[in-house]
Design a protein around this ligand. Sequence first.
Ligand SMILES: [Zn+2]
Length: 414
Amino acid sequence: MSAARRRPPEAEEAPPDWDAAQDALADEAVRLALERSREAAARLREAGIARAGPRGVAGLRRVAVLAKDDLPDLQAAQPPFAGMLGVDLGVLRRIHRSPGPINDPEGPGADYWRMAPPLRAAGFERGDVVLNTFSYHMTPGGHMMDAGLRAVGCVVVSGGVGNTAAQAAFASGIGATGYVGTPQFLLTLLERAREDGIPATFRRALVSGAPLPLDLRRLLEESHGVSVFQAYGTADAGAIGYECEAKDGWHIAPGVVVEVLDPGTREPPEPGEPGEVVVTSANPVYPLIRFGTGDLSMFLPGKCDCGRTSARLAGFLGRVGEGVKVRGMFVHPRQLAEALQGVPGIRRYQGTVTEENHRDVLVVSVEPAPGQPPNLDALAARLREAARLRVEVRAVKPGTIPEDAPPILDLREG
Ligand SMILES: [Zn+2]
């Protein structure tokens, strides 16, 4: 396995007082939004904020969150950007479209989405030849990474999506040492190269756009010798988080204020509880105030010893709306999947939440695979650890759980 090139963080990644830097960034975002975004200015005024001033992140608490899921309707009512664009339309470089559909502006200047810090933290350097397999067509992913790679000084190989055999041969033939794209497609390329007898040349990868389960990371790193780093971002907010060489959570990216809020109460959850990632961005082209990404994560305790002073997120923990609250604890399908992943003897499973005597009960039904009865007590222990509450496990007859059953079914009334 190739080790990460250890490089000191940039100054913007390591302000001496990170919380104070977040407060200053929040104030700057409010100033820009009041001046440039009709949409954000309206929400700020509703919360009693009519002019810029030193309020910090805490000053945003009363401002309503704008859900990313509401953007398609807002943009359709007020095309193309729902009053959120901070510059004249003619200043933009490009307009992209994300699934939703959502129109995404690309402002002027190099590295509009600030992808260079994640790439540098992953060890990418000037002169590296890097295959970019995000789409360049309509959706912004290809351009987001392309701009960051160019800002770092890398040579970009514009692979785009698909064409596995051709891309594997192309990347190997020109000796590309770097990869950016989804982790699944990296595995597909590496396996294809192996099958076709093509020497693999990738040494490091920055992956994004899809979850990276531990077993996939191990396969890529240990079986294929590629050092894998994750980045997290959206077309609206740019880079939001990324891994350093410690690979222990996602550092908050420079340029954004990140809050984690309980999706129900919109208040910070208890420490160790997941919540929605809500982003505020001091981007003069597209200022965002409390933009609810719909992604779930939580803050990790303590600081990383890489030198970056930023807080870290615990990675992707699912999407808002997929989880349920059980006895006050948020339970997400991913937690069940992680607990049951790789356990032999399970054909299918489903969690159901019911109420008995005014108490929530989470039962996980398990269809055993033929001839391999799983140990139900061991399963219950794994699930209890993953969900942080008591879980009952029941074996059910094969065929009981439909193939397309939702992973968690909420059967409580009201
Ligand atoms: Zn670090």
